[in-house]
Design a protein around this ligand. Structure first.
Ligand code: ZN
Length: 296
C-alpha cells in the first residue's frame, strides 16, 4: 500500500503522552519514583517530523555515546548523512533521556494545594544530557530520590531551562500504597522509547527527503551553517541550577531524623539500610523504600 508522506499518522509511531513541560516561571513539584527506569536514545531533530530515532543499530549505550561524539555515522543512518551534508532541516544525533515522574498538583509557588488532599499524576520527563546530570548529581548527593521530591522552577520556557532543587521530603510517601498502585497501573501506558522519538524506516525517510527536496530546493543540502535549535530544544541552555553546595548548606542536617525509619516502614528496612550522606560518588545503598520500589 502506498503511503502519503504528507500524512505523518500513516508512518509515525509517535505517541501522545503527558509531557512534563513548564511555562516560563512556572514551578512544579515532582518525584522520580523509578530512578532505575530511564531510557536513553540518540535522536535527530527533523523539521516537520520532530524527533526521529537515529538509524544506527546500537547494541550498547557505549556505542550510542560514541556515535554521538563522532557526530553521527553517515554510512549507517540517512539522518546522520543529511546532517553531515549540512542539511539544515536535520540535526546532529544527540542523546536524550526519558523517565516517568509523579507530578503533584501545586499552586503557582510549587506548594501542594491546600484543599482536596494529595493530588498527582504521571508525566514523562524528557531531558538532555545536562539536565540528566543535574538529576543524577542529586541522586548521588541525597540518595534514593524516591524519598525526596524535586522542586522545578522553569526559568525559560522555550528550551525548558529550569532550576532543579531537592526537597527534604516526598509527599507521595504519605499515601504510598495508593500511589504505588496508581504508578503500576499507569506506567505501562507509556513506552519511553516512543516518547523519545519516532522510529521511521530508512525507506520512508528517503522518500520524504526526495519529495521535499523536489518541492522545496531549500530542503536539500545547503551550505548554510545555521545551527539547528535542536540542542537548545533539549533544554541545554545556560545552566541555571543552584550550585549543589548551596543546596547542601540550605538543607544540611535535615536528614538526621531519617536514620531511624518510621515504625510503619520498619518491616521494609534491609539490614544495611542506611543511606550514605554527602557527595560520595558511590550509588546509595538500599533503604527502606527499596522493597516497595523494586518492581516499579
Ligand atoms: Zn543518525
Amino acid at each position: 500500500m502506498e503511503i502519503d508522506v504528507e500524512k505523518p499518522d500513516q508512518y509515525q509511531t509517535g505517541v501522545v503522552f503527558p509531557k512534563l513541560e513548564l511555562r516560563a516561571d512556572e514551578k512544579a513539584r515532582v518525584n522520580v519514583l523509578s530512578l532505575k527506569k530511564w531510557e536513553i536514545a540518540l535522536t535527530h531533530w527533523v523539521d516537520r517530523m520532530g524527533y526521529v530515532h537515529c538509524l544506527y543499530p546500537f547494541k550498547t549505550v557505549k556505542e550510542l555515546i560514541e556515535v554521538e561524539s563522532d557526530y553521527g555515522k553517515p554510512e549507517d543512518c540517512i539522518l546522520c548523512k543529511k546532517s553531515a551534508d549540512g542539511n539544515k532541516h536535520v540535526g546532529l544525533p544527540s542523546r536524550r533521556y526519558a523517565v516517568r515522574v509523579l507530578r503533584y498538583k501545586t499552586d503557582v509557588q510549587g506548594n501542594p494545594v491546600a484543599t482536596g488532599g494529595l493530588q498527582y499524576w504521571m508525566e514523562i520527563w524528557i531531558l538532555g544530557p545536562k539536565k540528566f546530570s543535574q538529576v543524577i548529581e542529586k541522586w548521588k548527593e541525597w540518595g534514593n530520590l524516591a524519598k525526596h521530591d524535586l522542586a522545578l522552577h522553569c526559568t525559560e520556557a522555550k528550551y525548558q531551562n529550569m532550576d532543579i532543587d531537592i526537597k527534604k521530603d516526598a509527599l507521595w510517601i504519605a499515601e504510598k500504597d495508593k500511589v504505588v498502585a496508581y504508578w503500576k497501573s499507569e506506567a505501562d501506558k507509556y513506552n519511553l522509547m516512543e516518547c523519545l522519538g519516532a522510529k521511521v524506516p530508512k525507506e520512508i525517510l528517503e522518500r520524504r527527503f526526495a519529495m521535499m527536496s523536489r518541492r522545496e530546493p531549500d530542503y536539500g543540502p545547503t551550505k548554510e551553517t545555521e545551527e539547528l535549535d535542536a540542542e537548545k530544544l533539549l533544554g541545554e541552555g545556560t545552566p541555571t541550577a543552584k550550585p549543589a553546595s548551596a543546596a547542601k548548606d540550605e538543607l544540611a542536617g535535615l536528614f538526621d531524623d531519617e536514620k531511624q525509619p518510621k515504625p510503619d516502614a520498619g518491616a521494609l528496612l534491609p539490614e544495611n539500610g542506611k543511606r550514605k550522606k554527602g557527595s560520595d560518588a558511590t550509588p546509595p545503598k538500599k533503604d527502606y523504600l527499596e522493597g516497595l520500589l523494586d518492581d516499579l
